[in-house]
Design a protein around this ligand. Structure first.
Ligand code: HEM
Ligand SMILES: *[C@@H]1O[C@H](CO)[C@@H](O)[C@H](O)[C@H]1NC(C)=O
Ligand SMILES: *[C@@H]1O[C@H](CO)[C@@H](O)[C@H](O)[C@H]1NC(C)=O
Ligand SMILES: *[C@@H]1O[C@H](CO)[C@@H](O)[C@H](O)[C@H]1NC(C)=O
Length: 215
């Protein structure tokens, strides 16, 4: 199916009527100098994505949340039967976890065909108010319908944000409390494509922060 942003945006707004609408725009992170196409919500949530000029299965991502709460992205738009990524702080570390669920309940960890997350250290931190995870997501764009398609120029993604912390923050498989706000938005993957992608991906040498990566 082919969508244009003009057809996606009203759909996304209808689906996310439960919460205030954020904005999608180019965002250059001052800590990494990576330019993302990013959804930012008034809650303090951000998800950003950068893609190569010819996308394959990988992207460089940014997830920002607040305090001790978790934040998540649905790479397929809906919560159910789509590949989800949730992240949260544990002390000064950031934990991340792939999730998938057939129903709207705390999603268990997903073990798919070898997707991994490697942090980009300069953009992965906690500060007094927020936490930030900048990462290389390898093997994350799938062909089974659980994510957007690598060749899509636009699609709908989902966001979820909780002020409550996971049950056991140090454990990447922790049960998550339900999000307090969530929704969908249309995003241009065409605008997320950049010739600088290889430079961005190379920042994920993932050695200083011994966090997460889930295959
Ligand atoms: C932890 C327990 C969770 C529960 C009980 C839960 C429950 C729900 C429910 C009932 C909805 C429908 C809207 C509403 O009535 O509020 C929903 C929507 C949504 N959830 Fe969750 N959720 C959970 C975790 C997650 C996680 C971890 C993610 C992503 C990482 C996520 C992503 C979404 C998204 C994107 C939507 C909006 C799109 C849609 O309705 O499918 N949820 N969730
Ligand atoms: C903390 O990090 C967030 C997310 O990057 C940023 O918006 C905020 O300005 C930072 N706060 C401080 C005090 O640096
Ligand atoms: C994307 O690739 C799929 C599978 O090869 C193809 O069916 C589809 O037409 C392509 N879509 C676009 C927008 O190029
Ligand atoms: C990883 O990359 C950062 C940023 O370029 C650099 O400061 C750090 O030394 C690198 N670490 C390793 C082990 O190469």
């Amino acid at each position: 199916m082919k969508f244009s942003l003009s057809t996606i945006l009203p759909l996304a707004m209808a689906l996310s009527s439960a919460s205030a609408q954020g904005t999608v725009a180019a965002y250059t992170d001052p800590k990494t100098s990576i330019t993302f196409q990013a959804y930012t919500d008034p809650t303090g949530y951000t998800f950003g994505i950068a893609l190569p000029t010819t996308p394959g299965a990988d992207f460089v991502g940014l997830l920002v949340g607040k305090a001790k709460g978790w934040a998540g992205v649905s790479l397929g738009g809906s919560m159910v039967n789509k590949l989800l990524i949730a992240a949260w702080p544990s002390g000064t570390k950031i934990i991340s976890s792939f999730r998938e669920t057939p129903a709207t309940r705390s999603p268990p960890e997903a073990t798919g065909p070898g997707y991994t997350i490697t942090p980009i250290d300069a953009g992965t931190y906690t500060n007094a108010t927020h936490w930030s995870l900048t990462f290389l997501c390898k093997g994350c764009i799938l062909t089974d319908g659980t994510t957007f398609a690598s060749n899509a120029s636009t699609d709908v993604l989902g966001w979820a944000f909780a002020t409550a912390a996971p049950a056991t923050p140090a454990n990447h498989a922790s049960t998550l409390p339900k999000h307090g706000s969530q929704g969908n938005y249309g995003i241009s993957f065409a605008a997320a494509r950049t010739a600088k992608y290889a430079t961005y991906a190379a920042l994920a040498n993932g050695t200083t922060i011994p966090t997460m990566f889930r295959a």
